[in-house]
Ligand binder design. Structure first.
Ligand SMILES: Cc1cc2nc3c(=O)[nH]c(=O)nc-3n(C[C@H](O)[C@H](O)[C@H](O)COP(=O)(O)O)c2cc1C
Length: 327
């Protein structure tokens, strides 16, 4: 059973296999998730491409869909590919996924979500989990949330990840839908009391270690998204606070990710796919702006090699040296 005390949220355009490799260097324990993959992409397209991942377990694949048979087939493919969990997306508010009848709009049809869950869980022995909001539009009372969870609980679901704000399905962009509707952690604390046999993982707006630890004093797990993407080292800090391990050595992690990039480059992966996750790496440090500018101006070239990253890092170390000489 994967440990879900600490997890990193599925994020389109962010939690690809390269970023997850970096995260795994920060934290051996954290549960990681893929970007959302639709059932269409898994069952009609280049499944191997979407299913590819490192042997850096535990990692769960997040799937988007609403057809029970397609979801069951997708779940089977994930299990065969070695994932530890399949997570069903019932929280994404984007217009595009709504048109496909997937994501947060499914919160209006709990019976369909329950059918999807059962079809998936019947096909695999790894856990199927649900990631939802606390409500959508006017269906935002605690009673509605509790009925939604209750329907899935009766269907057998025991692990819920809850982004603790509702989604507004028309008129708000996905980005605004992550900021504007207020966070209501009390819904999640309450639902855990109501369903003590299930695990509820708190997501939404967690930005610091103290904040995460406060969530963990009430719930079995916390999931962080944007705060980790902006500062991946936060995951290392969380790992060492939660599992009382030594703080990770930042330079050693960067060296190991550099080795990883060099080996991926030799296999034909373009530099930009790996360095795009590193733009904020030195945020707040002297030289960070020059590092970022150099990297973003040079990493897109077709022939960009590891020297681009090395030169960018030179802006940070030359600042170090400058300061060392001054002191
Ligand atoms: C760039 C971006 C992409 C996202 N993509 C997904 C996604 O594919 N599936 C999903 O369930 N949530 C997605 N989310 C939402 C996050 O998983 C998370 O629920 C949300 O950001 C709130 O957590 P946070 O405040 O810790 O960032 C995305 C968020 C961001 C910022």
């Amino acid at each position: 059973m994967p440990d879900r005390t600490l997890s990193v949220a599925p994020m389109m355009g962010c939690t690809d296999r390269h970023f997850r490799y970096l995260l795994r260097l920060m934290s051996p324990h954290a549960m990681l998730y893929t970007e959302m993959v639709t059932t269409g992409a898994l069952t009609h397209g280049q499944a191997d491409n979407f299913l590819a991942h490192h042997a850096d377990e535990p990692v769960g694949l997040q799937v988007g869909g609403s057809d029970p048979e397609q979801l069951a087939l997708s779940a089977k493919l994930c299990e065969q590919a070695g994932y530890q969990e399949i997570n069903l997306n019932v929280g994404c508010p984007s217009d595009r996924v709504q048109t496909g009848g997937i994501g947060a709009c499914l919160m209006a049809t709990p019976a369909l979500v329950a059918t999807c869950f059962q079809a998936m869980q019947a096909r695999v022995s790894i856990p199927v989990t649900i990631k939802s909001r606390i409500g959508i539009d006017d269906l935002d009372s605690y009673t509605h949330f509790s009925d939604f969870i209750g329907t899935l609980y009766t269907a057998g679901c025991r692990i819920f990840i809850v982004h603790a704000r509702k989604a507004i399905l028309s008129g708000l962009s996905p980005k605004d839908n992550r900021e504007i509707p207020p966070l209501k952690y009390d819904y999640v604390y309450q639902i855990q009391k109501e369903f003590p046999e299930a695990d509820f993982i708190l997501n939404g707006g967690i930005k610091t270690t103290d904040h995460a630890l406060a969530g963990l004093s009430k719930l079995p797990g916390v999931m962080l998204g944007r705060a980790i993407y902006q500062n991946p080292f936060l995951l290392g800090e969380l790992e060492s606070s939660i599992y009382t391990t030594a703080q990770p050595d930042k330079d050693a992690i960067i060296r190991r990710y550099r080795d990883y990039m060099a080996s991926q480059l030799s296999q034909g992966t373009r530099l930009k796919y790996m360095t795009r996750h590193l733009l904020g790496l030195y945020l707040g440090q002297p030289g960070a702006r020059a590092y970022r500018r150099f990297l973003s101006e040079n990493m897109f070239a077709e022939t960009a090699g590891i020297d681009v990253f090395d030169k960018a890092c030179g802006y940070i170390s030359s600042h170090h040296n400058e300061r060392a000489t001054l002191c």
